[in-house]
Design a protein around this ligand. Sequence first.
Ligand SMILES: [Zn+2]
Length: 207
Amino acid sequence: MRYEVLIGGPMDVNCYVLTDGATGAAAVIDPGFFDERLRRIAAGGRVEMILLTHGHFDHMAGAEELRRATGAPILAMETERALLADAKANASRLFFGRDIALDLDRGLSDGETLRLGETVLTVMASPGHTAGGCCYLTKDAAFTGDTLMAYTVGRSDLATGDEVALLESVRKLAQLPGDPDVCGGHGPVTKFSAEKERNPFLRYFLA
Ligand SMILES: [Zn+2]
């Protein structure tokens, strides 16, 4: 599996485009915008799923257009369904000045695996930034949304946020085996080894 990062939207979100090396099947994580780059990827005809780490508008504002352009289903945790459909809770009204309510095609559950060609993605529930947030894990990369980002963690003061739950989610991530890439929702891609050295939240759990 290889991935590329597209940065866009008003909050500079990281949208990840995953491509399975064996089959060319693609998945898009957190399309917070829909621009020429995503239009071109959609036109390639290989996008099989649209995955959301959580329901905040800056991670999903382009999802509806991408779904229309690809026919691919939008998936997120079932526990995030209500927030996605609520313009106040998903912060689109407050930060975007426009109401976005998004319908999921299917709700995911913790521990579920998704197949993208020969690539296996494991869904790991990571409540805290929002109640229904999750990470998508492969052998080599963890797509962590706003739960874990380069040398920091996400905020927990927005709707359904919970600081204790967030730290518990970060603790679970700190226990992942190996040294996968940390592909957060904003900021640069890092490695778990670097996070364990420099991220105060991870260091806390390793002390
Ligand atoms: Zn967020």
